[in-house]
Design a protein around this ligand. Structure first.
Ligand SMILES: [Ca+2]
Length: 122
């Protein structure tokens, strides 16, 4: 048993395992799966990335700008909401639903999640 501690390969393997664990913790959180939607339902010239950025900005930092969130989500069809959901993953590597859960609560959280409930990504 003591002999194995003097084997350099034992320590190399331990180092590799530790490295893998550290990388998983630091970069962990696998990217959420993106959703499929009908591209034809997106209005010409409309940018999902732009809306995803504004939603992110509305939640970023202290407090939350709910007015902006509702303004963006209110008049969107399902394809647009799905496109925003995907764009948010591309831009920030997380689900917008997770950020809603971090930043909103109660009625506001329910309202925000309801917009995306058709995605069945929970
Ligand atoms: Ca915030």
């Amino acid at each position: 048993m003591v002999g194995i501690l003097k084997n350099k390969w034992f320590w190399i393997i331990i180092a590799v395992i530790v490295l893998i664990i550290v990388v998983k913790v630091v970069f962990g959180k696998n990217k959420p799966q993106k959703v499929k939607y009908d591209q034809d339902q997106l209005p010409p010239g409309w940018s999902a990335e732009n809306d995803a950025r504004q939603l992110h900005d509305a939640m970023d930092g202290w407090g939350t700008d709910e007015e902006t969130i509702w303004l963006i989500l209110n008049n969107k069809n399902q394809a647009q909401l799905a496109a925003i959901y995907n764009a948010y993953i591309d831009l920030y590597g997380v689900s917008i639903l997770e950020d809603f859960e971090d930043d909103l609560s109660g009625e506001d959280l329910n309202r925000a999640l309801n917009y995306f409930s058709f995605l069945s990504v929970y």
